[in-house]
Design a protein around this ligand. Structure first.
Ligand code: PHE
Length: 344
């Protein structure tokens, strides 16, 4: 039995010497040292020996297993170190290499223009209405009826307004002015609000017109509000937005929901007022519509026009951005062309 043990020991030692990897060592360990391994087979026969032999052979077997375990472990540690070093070498990072380029996103010019306009108006005391008071899918009641727009007004025509299949009176809003009605139905004066958002019109698309665009509505209702207040606020807004050197003018105009009404022009930024293609030779460009809130509109929402008065205005965001940055085609805002967008 002693010879048998020594024979297995030398075979195992040879195997260990030949082992080339951690998994080879695992196999060797299983073959010799596991519960079903060769040594255990021999140990099973110990019970047939005399007490004396049992002690001698038993301790020899223990000694040999310990030796084998130690040499397997030593070799295992060597392999482990080597494999780790190889792995570290392979995965080494050269910190001096240039990094991967990640293109940076940026704010869309319409968003930044809206933000700028909103913050100017906020500095003049206006606050932004809640989105529930400014829905894009609107009823004719808010988009037209309550704004004093008669049933036969041409703006109601399907040529101008997108109707929906939801119900005959549900439209995509053609202006943000409906927000005025929402606010005045929910709130008592003093009211000083603005409402930015998207509007839709059934236009033939060209360089000047898109079938959706963005407006910012303003409404100020309180006691003793006059046309002078309207002029003061809008002149101040334009002075801040375009710079004080840009002349403005107020032109009398008509909107069903304001009386009197005005349109505000700024001197053409393309030609400086001399007259060019952009301003159709007039030297002026219209930037917003405004007026004193019509008494009919106030009465409709239960505000007494004998006690309160107010003014409203609406401006086109695309138009204001085009004028400031000399953009000559509204479609550029919506084409997602990075060559355009990355200029802002
Ligand atoms: N809603 C008008 C338009 O879309 C603009 C406007 C708003 C005019 C408020 C007067 C008062 O043209």
């Amino acid at each position: 039995m002693k010879a048998q043990l020594e024979n297995i020991y030398s075979l195992a030692t040879e195997d260990i010497a030949k082992a080339a990897s951690i998994s080879d060592l695992d196999e060797i360990r299983a073959k010799y040292l596991s519960r079903k391994g060769e040594f255990n087979e021999i140990k099973k026969n110990l019970k047939n020996l005399s007490d004396e032999d049992k002690r001698i052979i038993g301790s020899l077997a223990n000694e040999i297993t310990k030796k084998l375990e130690t040499s397997i472990q030593t070799k295992h540690d060597e392999f482990y170190k080597k494999e780790l070093n190889q792995k570290l070498e392979k995965e080494r990072i050269d910190v001096s290499l240039p990094g991967k380029f990640t293109p940076k996103g940026r704010i869309h010019p319409l968003t930044s223009t809206t933000n700028e306009i909103v913050s100017i108006l906020q500095s003049l005391g206006f606050s932004v209405v809640e989105s529930k008071d400014s829905p894009e899918v609107e009823t004719e009641y808010f988009n037209f009826d309550m704004l004093n727009i008669p049933k036969d007004h041409p703006a109601r025509d399907v040529q101008d307004t997108f109707f929906t299949s939801l119900a005959s009176n549900v439209v995509l809003r053609s202006q943000t002015s409906g927000a005025q009605i929402h606010v005045m139905e929910n709130q008592k004066p003093p009211i000083r609000v603005i409402s930015p958002g998207r509007v839709y019109r059934n236009e033939n698309i060209n360089a000047r017109k898109n079938n959706f665009f963005h407006q910012i509505e303003g409404l100020y209702v309180d006691k003793n509000i006059t046309f002078g207040d309207l002029k003061g606020v809008l002149n101040e807004f334009i002075r801040i937005y375009f710079g004080s050197s840009r002349p403005t003018r107020f032109r009398s105009s008509f909107f069903p929901f304001t009386e009197p009404s005005a349109e505000v022009d700024v001197q053409c930024i393309m030609c400086g007022g001399k007259g060019c293609k952009t301003c159709s030779g007039t030297g002026w460009l219209e930037v917003l519509g405004a007026g004193m809130v019509d008494p009919n509109v106030l009465r409709g929402v239960g505000i007494d026009p004998e006690v309160y008065s107010g003014f409203a205005f609406g401006m086109g965001v695309e138009r204001l951005a085009m004028l400031k940055y000399a953009i000559d085609d509204i479609r550029l805002f919506f084409n997602d062309d990075v060559r355009f967008l990355k200029q802002f």
